[in-house]
Design a binder for this molecule. Structure first.
Ligand SMILES: [Zn+2]
Length: 75
């Protein structure tokens, strides 16, 4: 017999900010991603640099948060 468990989800780190180029060329998204930064302000710099270099015009800004799962025994 197994003990019923409940999955706990816990944030384990700092929220990070990532920019992604979603500009489509010849039906295919560019897909290049920036590094992950603690602050969102550096995303605009990365986007400007990528746009200067490639002429790409469409981007997405993402936030990432690392989490862990752990099984807790139900009461
Ligand atoms: Zn691009």
């Amino acid at each position: 017999m197994t003990t019923p468990t409940r999955m706990e989800i816990q944030i384990t780190g700092i929220r990070k900010h990532v920019a992604e180029c979603v500009t489509e060329t010849a039906g295919k998204a560019c897909g290049v991603r920036s590094s992950a930064w603690d602050s969102p302000t550096q995303l605009n710099n990365w986007i400007r640099t990528h746009a200067d270099k490639t002429g790409h015009t469409k981007y997405k800004k993402h936030t990432e948060e690392p989490v862990n799962t752990s099984a807790k025994r139900a009461e």
